[in-house]
Structures are given as structure tokens and as C-alpha cells.
Ligand binder design. Structure first.
Ligand code: F0G
Length: 457
């Protein structure tokens, strides 16, 4: 059989509704052309994020009823700890309320003012937490990532040559640690090869540096390794995950993605007991006692079950096939996208789509507005608007790529929804010459894209 149906059926549905065009215009205007200000009731298909927006399974919902709500030593925590040890092979597991909670706790212990955190490409909250600790985030993803038309199996790889140069030039003392984001969200949900993780590990060892994974989408990354990297076709995703994590000293994870839950996160530490003790101590004032970490016992239970479900290969195949389905439809219509399709999203190259709009008028944001007006679909800009200003000079930073990200929630939408999204973008593509840019009217200093007000140029 060529057709590969999803390995689940739908037990519960949530109605969605498309409000008329005139209302979409009014809503976007009162949202100040910032799609974060839209009410979800005014959105028809929501591709703002794949974070916390997935559908839980019947088993996860059943687990919710079994959650142990004890403040300390919750049974649900021990089940989660056991699951994580089995899947990741790390000894110490600490739950947190979400990924940025993990960043806050760990980074506050490991970054000295002025130190760099080198990675493939830090996510925006990661970059913000590095900067809040007076550190410097450095992105050394491979050059291929910036050529959206170019096919490359592992556009999330870090450039190990530049990494070695930078460590030698700066000296290991000026570097807090290395952080590899798997998959690499900011360049299109692109995977990192195991060989690349291994090479990074060797460099870390040579210079006495720690290597962490930002593992929000670890299972999607492992799936791509199985499909694309030589020598892994016969290995199971579970084995590949083990190999990936064996290279790292620890990890931070937003469990809202591949944890298949609506809230939650993790810190993992492979074996460093001293670091674990420091994390535990820091947990109490920031996230909560280390056996609940800002979550309810039921959340821990749902997460333990989600982590087992996400490494199921038939699930991962259906998941990535849907993302590739949307990418394929868009490519047929001529819409420029990051090739190949990522694990969690299709990234439209808004810079190429709207060449008449200069970077300071944010083509990705302009396209996000158009997509909402056209069809009630919400995507998100990943480009210079999100990147924001240099924390020292206050100057607008420019992203090498201006994307509109269409992030697909897990187990939520059907391929029909995706066909509708593709058709809408195709319509805009045909009238792309008439699309105008946007400009910022009001903004905050850190993570401005969540709250800024904009207007159409
Ligand atoms: N790291 C990566 C790679 C992420 O994609 C995210 C969140 C985080 C860390 C922070 O985790 O949201 O649980 O605090 N990404 C979401 C997104 C918000 O839309 O890509 P969080």
C-alpha cells in the first residue's frame, strides 16, 4: 500500500469557524497588525505554534486522572523520571513549567557575565535568557541553512570548523557552554546529524566545555537521522535518541512539542551530581520543589505517557509526512519555502516571496497579516521582527532570512486543512506585487515581537 494513514483515529473534536473578511480586517487592525494580539476565536486555522497546541491521546487523558498531586515525592514524578531515564539515558531529571523555565534555571548557574553560549541557532527565548544573564548568544549554523532553495539533509548542523576557530580565538574560559538545538527551529525545523553532534562532543571534550541539547523536538530530529543519515536506517528511533543524548552533558527541553503535552518542560543532567544539586537548589525559588517543577502531578503523568508515544515511528512518519504534504503543495504553486520541509513547520521564504519589501519593513510579518486577511490563518514571523534590537547598541538586527513560519500542531489538523492553507498562500502569491510592508509604532526592549504595535506602510 502506498497510502499511509495516521496511526490514530479522532475521539473528540473542537469546532472552528471562519469569521467574514470585513471582521478579519477589523480584528487585525485592532490587534495593531501583531498576530499575537488576535483572539483565537477570530482565527480559523492556527499555525502560530506547535508548542502546547497538540492533541493528547486517550491514554494521556486517562493518566491525568491518575496524577499524584503531592507537593514532594509525587508518584507521578517518579514515573516521569523512570521514563526519561529509559528514553534519554540521563541520570538526573528535573521537571519545569516549560522550556524557558529550564533555560532560566540552568543558564543562571552556568553563564558568567560576558561569556558566550555557542550553538547552531538559539531560539528567541533561549537568546533572551542568555542575554538576561549578561551572556552572548552566538549562532554558527552551517551556511547551507541560509540558502532556502538548496536541498540539504541536515541544515540544522553547526559549522564545526567555525566552532573550533571561535573556541581557539576566544579561549574556552570565555565560553559558558555549547548548545545544540534539535531540530533547529529558527532555520526551519531542520535536523542535526548524529555525526555533527559527535564532532561537537569531541570539540567540547578537547576544550573542556559542556555540551547541552535544546531538545524540544528531539524525536523529529531522530526520525530524520533514521531516514537520512548513513548507517541509521536499521536503527530504531529509540536507539538513535539514546545515541544523541549520550553525546550531551545534559539538556533543556520544552515538553510542549515532542512531549505531546500542553504544558511542561525538563532539565536533564547525564551524570554530574554537583551540577544537579545546584539545579535542585535553584529550582525552589524559581520553578518549585524539584519533584513538581511548577507543574501539577497530572501534567507529569501526561508527559511520561507523551514521551513514550512520540518515539513511535508510525506516529513520526505521519507527522513529518503531513508537514511535507503542505510543503509539497506550496512548492507546486511556486511559493518559495525552506527546502526540505522541517519537522514541525513549513517556513515560507518571505524575503523571496515579497522582494519589494525591505527587511526593516518586515516581509515575514507583512505576509503573516496577509494570510490572516486572506483566509483566517495565523502563522508567525521568524525574521528580523522577532530578532529585535542589539541589547548593547539598540540597533535593529537583521536576520539572514525573513520567514513566515507555518507551525503544525501535533495530531490536530487534517491534510484538508493543509490544502486550504496552501491555496490561501497561492492566492497571495499571485497578487504578491501589491503587498505592502509594516512598521513598528511601539515596542518593548526584550522579546518585543510578542507585544509590539505595528502599522501598514
Ligand atoms: N527552545 C526551542 C527550540 C523552542 O522552539 C522553544 C519554544 C523553546 C526553547 C522555549 O520553550 O515555549 O516551552 O518556554 N518554541 C515555541 C515555538 C514557543 O513556537 O517555536 P517554551
Amino acid at each position: 500500500m502506498k497510502a499511509k494513514p495516521e496511526p490514530y483515529k479522532i475521539k473528540m473534536v473542537e469546532p472552528i469557524r471562519l469569521i467574514p473578511r470585513s471582521q478579519r480586517e477589523a480584528r487585525l487592525q485592532s490587534a495593531h497588525y501583531n498576530i499575537f494580539n488576535l483572539k483565537s476565536d477570530d482565527v480559523f486555522i492556527d499555525l502560530l505554534t506547535d508548542s502546547g497546541t497538540g492533541a493528547m491521546s486517550d491514554s494521556q487523558w486517562a493518566g491525568i486522572m491518575l496524577g499524584d498531586e503531592s507537593y514532594a515525592g509525587s508518584r507521578s514524578f517518579y514515573r516521569l523520571e523512570q521514563t526519561c531515564r529509559e528514553i534519554f539515558g540521563h541520570e538526573y531529571i528535573v521537571p519545569v513549567h516549560q522550556g524557558r523555565g529550564a533555560e532560566n534555571v540552568l543558564f543562571s548557574l552556568l553563564i558568567e557575565p560576558g561569556q558566550a553560549v555557542i550553538g547552531n541557532y538559539h531560539f528567541d527565548t533561549t537568546q533572551a535568557h542568555i542575554e538576561l544573564k549578561k551572556g552572548l548568544g552566538v549562532n554558527l549554523v552551517v551556511e547551507e541553512a541560509f540558502d532556502t532553495a538548496r536541498e540539504h539533509d541536515f541544515k540544522g548542523n553547526i559549522d564545526t570548523g567555525r566552532l573550533a576557530d571561535m573556541i581557539q580565538r576566544e579561549g574556552a574560559g570565555r565560553i559558558a557552554f555549547i548548545l545544540l538545538t534539535v531540530t533547529c527551529n529558527s532555520v526551519g525545523g531542520q535536523p542535526v546529524a548524529l555525526e555533527n553532534i559527535r564532532q561537537t562532543r569531541r570539540l567540547a571534550d578537547r576544550y573542556g566545555l559542556r555540551l547541552f541539547l535544546d531538545a524540544a523536538r528531539f524525536a523529529e530530529n531522530a526520525w530524520f537521522i533514521k531516514l537520512r543519515e548513513e548507517g541509521y536506517a536499521a536503527k530504531s528511533v529509540t536507539e538513535i535518541v539514546r545515541e544523541m543524548f549520550a553525546c550531551a552533558d545534559g539538556f533543556v527541553m520544552s515538553a510542549k512539542k515532542d512531549g505531546l503535552v500542553n504544558i511542561g518542560g525538563l532539565i536533564g543532567i547525564k551524570s554530574d551530581r554537583d551540577l544537579y544539586n545546584r539545579v535542585r537548589a535553584r529550582m525552589v525559588p524559581l520553578e518549585g520543589f524539584p519533584t513538581y517543577g511548577g507543574l501539577a502531578g497530572r501534567d507529569l503523568e501526561a508527559l511520561a505517557r507523551g514521551l513514550r508515544e512520540v518515539v513511535d515511528e508510525s506516529y513520526l512518519e505521519a507527522r513529518t509526512t503531513q508537514v511535507a504534504f503542505l510543503a509539497g503543495k506550496l512548492a507546486e504553486l511556486g511559493v518559495p519555502i525552506q527546502q526540505p520541509a522541517g519537522g514541525h513547520a513549513v517556513f515560507v521564504d518571505a524575503g523571496k516571496f515579497l522582494p519589494q519589501i525591505p527587511p526593516h519593513q518586515f516581509p515575514g510579518q507583512a505576509l503573516a497579516c496577509q494570510l490572516y486577511l486572506e483566509a483566517g490563518i495565523r502563522g508567525v514571523e521568524v525574521g528580523s521582527f522577532m530578532l529585535g534590537r542589539d541589547p548593547i547598541t539598540g540597533q535593529q538586527r537583521f536576520s539572514p532570512l525573513e520567514f513566515l513560519r507555518l507551525a503544525i500542531p501535533r495530531r490536530v489538523y487534517t491534510d484538508n486543512h493543509m490544502a486550504y492553507v496552501a491555496e490561501a498562500l497561492g492566492n497571495i502569491y499571485r497578487r504578491r506585487d501589491s503587498v505592502r510592508g509594516v512598521r513598528i509604532v511601539e515596542e518593548e526592549a526584550v522579546l518585543r515581537h510578542f507585544t509590539a504595535r505595528l502599522e501598514m506602510v
